[in-house]
Design a protein around this ligand. Structure first.
Ligand code: CS2
Ligand code: MG
Length: 399
């Protein structure tokens, strides 16, 4: 079997997605997701100009060898653009292999370790009444666990909180504002109110979005202990892995980190010293199913569980690959599922299902996702940036 064509499809059915389609001489095709929010064209060019010429004529079954040659052969290793491009190739090749085998991908990963995949959904509100309504709406959709984000008194726009103006995608970056002191004083009060309203049993999560220093994160983790969080996510910009020792020594609030990481090396200290409880990388940004599986096996040795990143900006192709892994691995924790617009579901018809808050990859051979190229073509790429965050004196801050 040989790869005879590979092309990149850009589409924006509400937001941008980058998809790689690999075709073989036997007519079997595979899809991979290469979406890198706000930097989509860089990955598309990396694939088209540098990767596709290397794939033509090669054997699609040699997944590990192809992965190693794209990673090592480039000499310039790691980084989100490179790893998103390699991820798309890896997933497309797994899709082809599983289709040839006539099996859903999870069967090639060892088969199902569970019946279905638990998810969490996003709730947010500028104030408590809005937040409570949002939590109720997620519960009505069946979500068994909820991520809680709120506005901060005195701040106009906070990332992760729905506002009349959608700041998550715009032609120029929207400027949001930030005050760590106000946030640290406000959040424990919010969780206190949520626990009073919704009781002790509902699993609650929170994403601090890399905005805190280690000592601030330590204090927040401690202040949130009475509210029994499922996890506190991205409490610090964790490329400073050593800083997590300080956080960990002060709090028993479980910690989740890794959505911006793209190789196992970003996790070395965090995992080997058990400084976190959940690894958060996405198939799409971590080089694909092959390396993410290895990360989960490494994490399992330290009783750390999976929590694959699943925002709206991972396409249904990347999401499907994640759900196959979730079903197969033993140390599954939870899957983020933000859901998609109807148009996105139509552009990417898929076998995976979301029922009563649980996902299943379906039984279609491969990853079980198709791409309607005609519909995709009717919704072309649109330039879009993520927001930036500034302190009240104008200094740029992590967002
Ligand atoms: C967030 C994401 O899902 C999450 O936990 O942190 O929404 C993240 O901000 C986006 O994926 C950025 O593109
Ligand atoms: Mg996050």
């Amino acid at each position: 079997m040989k790869i005879v064509d590979a092309r990149v499809v850009l589409t924006s059915p509400g937001r941008n997605f980058v998809t790689l389609r690999i075709e073989t001489d036997e007519g079997v095709t595979g899809l991979g997701d290469a979406t890198l929010n706000g930097r989509e064209l860089a990955v598309a060019a990396y694939l088209r100009d540098h990767v596709v010429p290397l794939l033509l004529g090669t054997d699609p079954h040699r997944i590990e060898d192809t992965w190693q040659s794209l990673y090592r052969g480039a000499y310039w290793r790691r980084g989100p653009v490179t790893m998103a491009a390699i991820a798309a190739v890896d997933v497309a090749l797994w899709d082809i292999k599983a289709k040839v085998a006539g099996l859903p991908l999870y069967q090639l990963l060892g088969g199902a370790s569970r019946e279905r995949v638990r998810t969490y959904g996003h709730a947010s509100g500028a104030d408590l009444p809005e937040l409570f309504d949002s939590i109720r709406a997620r519960l009505a959709q069946g979500y068994p666990a909820i991520r809680v984000q709120t506005g901060v008194p005195g701040l106009k726009l906070v990332y992760g909180v729905r506002h009349a103006q959608d700041s998550s995608q715009s032609a120029r970056p929207v400027v949001e504002d930030w005050d760590t002191g106000a946030y640290l004083r406000n959040l424990p009060r919010v969780f206190d109110a949520v626990r009073q309203e919704f009781g002790p049993d509902l699993p609650l999560l929170h994403d601090a979005h890399h905005r805190l220093t280690p000592i601030q994160a330590a204090r927040l983790g401690k202040d949130l202990e009475p509210y029994d969080l499922f996890w506190l996510e991205d409490c610090t910009p964790a490329e400073n892995q050593d800083g997590l020792r300080l956080v960990r020594s002060h709090t028993t609030t479980p910690l989740a980190i890794g959505e911006v990481f793209n190789t196992v090396y970003d996790y070395q200290t965090l995992v080997s010293e058990q400084l976190i409880d959940y690894v958060r990388s996405a198939v799409t940004h971590f080089g694909g199913v092959s390396p993410l599986r290895k990360l989960f096996d490494f994490a399992a040795q330290h009783q750390i569980k999976s929590a694959i990143h699943g925002p709206e900006d991972i396409s249904p192709v990347g999401m499907a690959a994640a759900i196959h892994l979730d079903l197969a691995i033993h140390n599954f924790g939870i899957q983020e599922y933000a859901g998609y617009t109807d148009l996105t579901h139509a552009v990417f018809p898929h076998a995976f299902t979301f029922t009563d808050g649980y996902l299943h990859p379906g039984e279609a051979p491969g990853i079980g996702v198709e791409l309607d190229e005609e519909l995709a073509g009717a919704h072309p790429y649109e330039q879009a940036y993520l927001p930036v965050n500034r302190l009240q004196d104008g200094t740029v801050h992590d967002w």
